[in-house]
Design a protein around this ligand. Structure first.
Ligand SMILES: *Cc1c(COP(=O)(O)O)cnc(C)c1O
Length: 315
């Protein structure tokens, strides 16, 4: 219990989470998708997506709440361009802040626009950005991530952050049917306990990691700088970036594309040099590569990758 309490307090301070937002540990981001659907939606959530993770969130939700609706937007567009009437009557809007499958991100200003004049909750999947960039917490009611992305830890745990408004809604709905019903999780965490035997090793590692890193403001700045550096590099190389619109390019996932054959060759050459390049994902699997611009990956590692890329010719 002391470890849970201390780790939650470190998350608040290191990630600059507002004090009134509560933090719980769960098992994964996928679990958070279901917690939102079962405990915060009576009939209808509305999903915006431009890639595989956002789409999966929508599909998982539909199985629990068939009233869910979605709008698919182009990976080079702002999600605001897809704002239509389908979302009318939604209790929760669901946004993937950083779409890991294609390397796009949703900016604070877009989240702020979604919030304007909307009475319901905004749920944000920040799985591949939390811990890497400073998130605009007050623009969302439910934020979640799992620890194997920007936190740089072994998989098997998720972090769920909820606003007082989300708790109010959960109380109004009163859903308590599951071991992971939001209200039951909350009852347990009020005592720094967990609804099921906790992932103590995961919590311990998160605790130690948070103690040894800088604050999110400075991490965020270096991640941003490193991302811009990579984008400039690729723009001046024979490589093509998967995302043409600079405004929506992710800070933490950098995706490049090429023909299938080139991707295969580069991957095997990289392997021979001891570098494992991230595959593409979903629709873009065979024709793209993704670079994880995560805090745990050092500048030295990136220099090695840069030297490797400089040494191969793809044109
Ligand atoms: C990785 C990822 C998930 C799934 O995470 P799990 O820990 O496997 O549940 C969900 N959403 C996004 C955006 C992701 O990057």
């Amino acid at each position: 219990m002391e470890l849970v309490e201390h780790t939650i307090s470190l998350l608040h301070s290191q990630l600059e989470i507002p004090p009134e937002y509560e933090v719980y540990f769960i098992s994964s981001a996928t679990e958070a998708w279901e917690i939102v659907a079962q405990s915060l939606v009576k009939e209808k959530s509305h999903h915006f997506y431009n890639g595989a993770f956002g789409q999966k969130w929508f599909e998982y939700t539909k199985r629990l709440k068939p009233g869910a609706t979605a709008q698919n937007f182009d990976k080079n567009d702002s999600l605001l361009t897809s704002l239509g009437s389908e979302g009318a009557g939604a209790e929760v809007l669901c946004v993937t802040q950083n779409e890991t499958s294609n390397g796009t991100q949703v900016m604070e200003a877009e989240l702020a626009v979604l919030r304007q004049g909307f009475d319901g909750l905004l749920a944000v999947d920040a799985t591949s950005s939390m811990g890497g960039v400073l998130l605009p917490w007050l623009c969302g009611d439910i934020w979640f991530a799992s620890v194997q992305k920007c936190f740089g830890l072994p998989p098997g745990m998720g972090v769920l952050v909820v606003s007082p408004k989300a708790i109010e809604v959960a109380q109004k709905i009163g859903e308590r049917d599951h071991y992971n019903s939001l209200l039951f999780i909350r009852d347990n965490f009020a005592k720094y306990q967990t609804p099921y035997t906790p992932n103590i090793l995961g919590i311990y590692l998160l605790n130690r990691m948070l103690q040894s890193t800088e604050s999110i403001t400075s991490i965020s700045q270096s991640i941003r700088t490193r991302a811009l550096d990579w984008y400039t590099y690729f723009e001046n190389s024979p490589w093509e970036l998967l995302i043409e619109n600079q405004e929506v390019r992710s800070d933490t996932v950098i995706a490049i594309q090429a023909e299938r054959g080139i991707i295969q060759t580069i991957k095997s050459k990289a392997n021979a040099e001891g570098i494992s390049l991230g595959n593409g994902y979903g629709e873009w699997k065979p024709t793209s590569l993704r670079i994880a611009n995560f805090p745990a990956i050092t500048n030295e590692d990136f220099q090695m990758l840069r030297d490797f890329l400089d040494s191969v010719t793809i044109a």
